[in-house]
Each structure stands twice: as structure tokens, then as C-alpha cells.
Ligand binder design. Structure first.
Ligand code: MLT
Length: 397
């Protein structure tokens, strides 16, 4: 019999959002008439904006005509999209075309990228954290260093006492909705440069940033091009959670150590990995993603994101009126609520589900330091969020 990768046995029972879905399905099965409001997983609810639909339709029509039909595309993505990304997002930041890789999602990219590093390398992750980073590294048997991010340290992770090889940072943060200023991010870039670490920077929520001096890209910070790989996604920025498109920026100057002591560019390794294991994001989706960078789509999307941010702001205010403090919801779609002292976050999740019919995500699901907290998203439809707020006004636990 083939031996399994025993590291899978070290994973927590279910992936967080599968566990939440299981509990919600069990509740729905015994309460079929209860109308639930889903503010748990960060899934968008507003339809694609007209400028994107137009591009998608045009690309679909091209597939019906022999002259414009497309088969396999370049594994790294079509140059029309890569150029649009550079023009719109990295014009001033020195990123080149062969440093951008288009894919079908940041979750896959973040999960696959650690393949480039030795199994015995260490990964530092904030705690609480988007669970896919931790799970992907546990699957490889990697040692994880947890960096607590709590109200006590103002959600600013402390530099690790022992040097990690990899550092995962996600800002604006999932799950807490907090941000780092340029100066705070500079501390991490300097640390990584001084100790030869690689930063995996998840910028999936950068379009939600509304305050000044909050970096949209880690490459706004001097020195980052030597040590940081950046992950971006169209999921939350443009409503692509179903359509699927994202990209990774791997500057050629970011390097890792070979067994012979040589320094190897991660860009070359990622190119090799992707061209072997990936055949590229669908052409029609890449045309839709290209449209995201047009001035028309940007204006339409601004209004959509503002709507989600408004939901988040109102959710936060509602909990504050209930006497609970919260962070996030200003530059991010997530609101992170501090529960009353001693209240378990899975218990509160159950109470909110059964008493108010609201689906949330328990903080403990994001790591030990998420215990005692709860995450709600602003991604609900406006009317559903308004109803949730109404239910919360009369909520007691
Ligand atoms: C979340 O709710 O944390 C996200 O939607 C998960 C994801 O982006 O995969």
C-alpha cells in the first residue's frame, strides 16, 4: 500500500470555511424555514459591473469565430492582461512584464508558492491568520512560528525572535481588517533584507484602502523588490470569486538559497513550476480581468467597494452600540469583534446563528489568538446587511 503524506494528519479536522458550512447546513436541516443572513465567508454578492460583462461577452463571441478562437494561452498569462496590470497597478514601482504571473486565484497561488522552498524551512504567520497559509505549510511538514496580533499589541505583529525563512503578511488584513502604514511595513522589509527572509505579501484587499499612507503594494516600500513576492486577486476587488483570476508578482531580484550556496531567483523557479503544472487562466476570464483596469470599470467598482465598506462600517457601529469593541471595517471589508471576556468564539458563533439567524466566522478558527473574537463581513447584500443590523439591535447573548 502507498504511504500517505503523513503531514496531512497534522491538519485541523476540516478547513475553517468547510467547518462553518457544515455547522450551518446542520442547523438549516433542522430549521428549514429560518432565513439565514450569511456574513461568514468573504464571498461577494454584487454582480459583475457592466464594463466587465461587456468585455466577457466580447471574448465569448470571439470564441465562436475561427479567426479569433483561442486555444492554450501562455501559462504565465496573456500579455494584454500583464501589460494592463503593470500600467494600472505598478507603473511607478519598477515591476517588469516577466515578473507578473496570471492565475486562477490567490488562494491557489499562496498554497502553491511554498513548494519552492525546502521542507525544513520555517514560516512565520500572524495569528489570527487566513487559515490557508498555515494549512498549506502544515501539509509540507513545515515548522510554523506564530506572531500574535491582538488588541494588546495594536494588531501590529512583533518581529520574530528566531529567524524564519518565510514571512506571510496580509494587509489590509484578513481576518482583522487592520492595516500597516508604510513605516510599519518598512520594518518588515528591513528585517527580511537583514536576515535573508522572503516575504509573501497578500494584498487581496488593497482596493478597500481608503486612508492615506497605507501602502497598496509592498513595492511602495524601499527594498521590497529584493525580498517580497506580492499576491493580488480580482475576487474581492472586482467580484471574481466565481469567475476566478489573480496574479503574483515575483521580482527577479528575490532569491533563495540552493544547496551549493548559490542564490537562485524565485522568478525562474515559479516560471518552471507554473509551466509544468498549470495551463493558464481561461482566455475569456483574462479579457474580463483586463477590463477591470479600465477607467469605466474602476469607477463602477469604486461604487461597489464603497457599498461593501459601508456595510462593514454599519456592522461595526452596531456591535459598538451593543457594548462590544471592534476593529477593521475602514480599509477592509472585515469587522473583527472583541467578545465579552470569557466568551468562546465558537459558542458565540452558535448563539448568533441560532438566536439571530446570522452566519459569522469564529475568531478561534483563524488561530489561537483569535479566540474570544468574531469576524463578520461587509460583503452581504445591502438589504440583507440592513436586516442583520435590525436583528442585532435586539440581540442579547
Ligand atoms: C475569507 O472569508 O476569509 C475569504 O473569502 C476566503 C478566501 O478568500 O478564500
Amino acid at each position: 500500500m502507498a504511504h500517505i503524506n503523513a503531514h496531512f494528519l497534522d491538519l485541523p479536522g476540516d478547513y475553517l470555511f468547510s467547518e462553518v458550512a457544515r455547522r450551518v447546513a446542520a442547523y438549516t436541516a433542522s430549521n428549514p424555514d429560518r432565513k439565514l443572513i450569511r456574513l461568514g465567508i468573504g464571498d461577494v454578492t454584487r454582480p459583475l459591473v457592466p464594463a466587465i460583462i461587456e468585455a466577457l461577452n466580447k471574448a465569448v463571441a470571439e470564441q465562436a469565430v475561427a479567426e479569433s478562437f483561442r486555444g492554450y494561452g501562455p501559462e504565465r498569462g496573456h500579455s494584454f492582461l500583464i501589460r494592463a496590470v503593470i500600467r494600472s497597478e505598478y507603473a511607478e514601482l519598477g515591476i517588469e512584464e516577466d515578473e507578473v504571473f496570471i492565475s486562477d486565484g490567490a488562494k491557489c497561488d499562496l498554497g502553491n508558492f511554498p513548494e519552492l522552498f525546502a521542507a525544513d524551512s520555517t514560516a512565520a504567520i500572524t495569528d489570527p491568520v487566513y487559515p490557508a497559509y498555515a494549512d498549506a505549510n502544515i501539509m509540507c511538514g513545515r515548522r510554523i512560528i506564530h506572531l500574535p496580533c491582538t488588541a494588546e499589541n495594536g494588531y501590529m505583529p512583533q518581529l520574530p525572535a528566531t529567524r524564519p525563512d518565510l514571512i506571510y503578511l496580509c494587509y489590509p488584513n484578513n481576518p482583522t481588517g487592520t492595516v500597516l502604514t508604510k513605516e510599519q511595513l518598512q520594518i518588515w522589509v528591513d528585517y527580511a533584507r537583514a536576515r535573508d527572509c522572503v516575504i509573501l505579501f497578500d494584498a487581496a484587499y488593497e482596493t478597500f484602502i481608503r486612508e492615506p499612507n497605507i501602502p497598496h503594494s509592498i513595492y511602495e516600500v524601499p527594498g521590497a523588490r529584493e525580498v517580497a513576492v506580492e499576491f493580488r486577486s480580482y475576487s474581492k476587488a472586482a467580484g471574481f470569486t466565481g469567475l476566478r483570476c489573480a496574479y503574483v508578482v515575483v521580482p527577479k531580484s528575490v532569491r533563495g538559497l540552493a544547496p551549493d550556496g548559490g542564490r537562485v531567483s524565485l522568478n525562474g523557479l515559479w516560471t518552471r513550476r507554473q509551466s509544468t503544472k498549470y495551463n493558464g487562466c481561461p482566455y475569456i476570464v483574462q479579457r474580463a480581468a483586463e477590463a477591470v483596469h479600465s477607467p469605466e470599470a474602476k469607477a463602477q467598482l469604486r461604487e461597489v467597494i464603497d457599498g461593501y465598506l459601508d456595510n462593514a462600517r454599519r456592522i461595526k457601529e452596531t456591535f459598538e452600540r451593543l457594548g462590544l469593541s471592534a476593529v477593521g471595517g475602514v480599509n477592509a471589508p472585515y469587522v473583527w469583534i472583541h467578545l465579552p471576556k470569557g466568551v468562546d468564539s465558537w459558542d458565540f458563533f452558535d448563539t448568533l446563528l441560532t438566536k439571530a439567524g446570522i452566519v459569522s466566522t469564529p475568531g478561534a478558527g483563524f488561530g489561537a489568538h483569535g479566540q474570544g473574537c468574531l469576524r463578520l463581513t461587509g460583503f452581504g447584500a445591502g438589504a440583507a446587511t440592513a436586516e442583520a443590523i435590525e436583528r442585532l439591535r435586539n440581540f442579547s447573548w
